[in-house]
Design a protein around this ligand. Structure first.
Ligand code: CMC
Length: 434
């Protein structure tokens, strides 16, 4: 959307340039700087993209000051309470919640694609047995384009939809296989009579000797966790997927780029880092020491699971995650879990500390997710893979939106060059004898 307003830049009362101001359906207006270089010969400088909108999008909206998160206009709280993860997937991909018939068909199609090509299992053998599951996942998801190249015409909506279904259906199978491989256990095949989450839990937790009996409370909790992770507008991994896709790369390559980016501790890797941090803190009596470390400018330690680039009041996902954590621990009779108690106390102390108050640092989605995963029997090195499983649908929705966008061009940021100016290689270079 655009309106008649514009930003005028003047120097010495001379008009330097005029930039249109664009409005979305909600949220701050944006200054359209597309012609800035043409008009002024200057670029903008915005490391970390703190003030830059990189695209138009109608998928997800965040108001970081008010702690609001909407998928296609629906508040995350309502979706987490009233919908299943697959309904949310349908919503993110298609823009509307499915009717019962649409959901049935969608669920059926996903179920039919959960198995991976059997030759793909050979790939696993190339990895060290003790490799991190995320390292394996990056390799295996990337390898999918070598197996499903019958639908890689990204200009075809039909091909894009087939790839979306394949990714959504196969990523949980691959995630579970990564875990089984890294622990030396046999792969478990998916079973068509199980739901999306039950299937994943069984592939992850069962063995040929010991089957998985679904507990509805735990299945619902994991389903909700996937909903909370499903999308988060232009975060680092989604922007990575968009940038990779802007060159015309295939969807499997793009989602792999997203998984690789997510792995970092400042992003999806934080859930693993939180649990490791809580274990290291060990006891309530040590909290103050770690709070002091987090506040010390000369100490690289950060309170993992705290802070967010966009949320400056509260992360609505963290509130829902905290409630889910209570639910799961109660169901499992773990309400006295020492790690959970430690987390609650750490949160309380940090939220009363002026450092965290002044910098508007609140618990984020990752603060409690690790405790829930741990209680569900998911090993720590699989936490970020769980995040990737939830986020895959968001990545696909953004990739698809970008490819379909007539304004889409290859992403190509500019830079402020600070290196050496032009110089010549000395004429005698390489001629000196040792
Ligand atoms: N502990 C201690 N100090 C912090 C923390 C923290 N967790 N987070 C930010 N700060 C301080 C930081 O030192 C800086 O202080 P100063 O202004 O004095 O230099 C100030 O707060 C602003 O931090 P920033 O790094 O400039 O903020 P950012 O927006 O670039 O980073 C963040 C956001 C999430 C990377 C950061 O808060 C962080 O590293 N948090 C811990 C990792 C974490 O939990 N990540 C998960 C994010 S939510 C899941 C997801 O969507 O990926």
């Amino acid at each position: 959307m655009t309106d008649q307003r514009s930003l005028t830049l003047n120097e010495n009362s001379e008009l330097v340039c005029e930039l249109p101001i664009l409005s979305g359906t909600t949220g701050p207006d944006v200054i359209d700087i597309e012609t800035l270089y043409k008009q002024t010969g200057m670029f903008t400088f915005d490391p970390g993209f703190t003030s830059t909108a990189s695209c138009r999008s109608n998928i997800t909206y965040i108001d970081g000051e008010a702690g609001i998160l909407l998928y296609r206009g629906y508040p995350i709280e309502q979706l987490a309470e009233k919908c299943t993860f697959l309904e949310v997937c349908y919503l993110l991909l298609n823009g509307e919640l499915p009717t019962p018939e649409e959901l049935k068909e969608f669920q059926g199609t996903i179920t039919m694609h959960t198995m991976v090509h059997d030759q793909l299992t050979n790939f696993f053998k190339g990895f060290r047995r003790d490799a991190h599951p995320m390292a394996i996942m990056v390799g295996i998801v990337g390898a999918l384009s070598a197996f499903y190249h019958d639908a890689l015409d990204i200009k075809s909506k039909k091909h894009r939809d087939i790839s979306a279904i394949r990714l959504l259906a196969k990523v949980p199978t691959i995630a579970a296989m990564c875990h089984k491989y890294s622990t030396g256990l046999p792969f478990m095949y998916p079973q068509n009579q199980l739901s999306y989450v039950e299937n994943f839990m069984r592939m992850m937790l069962a063995t040929p000797c010991d089957d998985f009996v679904p507990n509805p409370v735990l299945v619902r909790a994991l389903d909700r966790i996937l909903i909370l992770h499903a999308d988060h507008e232009q975060n680092a991994s989604t922007s990575t997927v968009r940038l990779a896709g802007s060159s015309g790369a295939n969807p499997y390559a793009c989602i792999t780029a997203g998984i690789a980016c997510l792995w970092g501790a400042a992003h999806g890797g934080a859930n693993e880092a939180v649990l490791n941090m809580l274990i290291k803190i060990g006891d309530v009596s040590n909290i103050q020491t770690y709070i002091a470390k987090a506040k010390d400018k000369n100490d690289p330690f950060r309170l993992m699971g705290f802070g967010h680039r966009v949320y400056k009041n509260h992360d609505p996902r963290a509130k829902l995650m905290r409630a889910t954590c209570h639910e799961v621990l109660n169901e499992l009779g773990l309400h006295d879990d020492p790690i959970f108690k430690l987390a609650l106390e750490l949160e309380r102390i940090a939220l009363e500390d002026s450092y965290f108050i002044d910098k508007k640092l609140y618990p984020n989605v990752d603060f409690y997710s690790g405790i829930v995963f741990h209680a569900l029997g998911i090993p720590t090195n699989m936490f970020t893979a769980m995040f990737a499983m939830g986020r895959t649908v968001g990545w696909i929705a953004h990739w698809d939106e970008m490819i379909a966008d007539p304004e889409q061009r290859i992403g190509r940021p500019r830079q402020l060059y600070t290196g050496s100016t032009r110089r010549d290689v000395p004429a005698d270079h390489g001629q000196t004898k040792a």
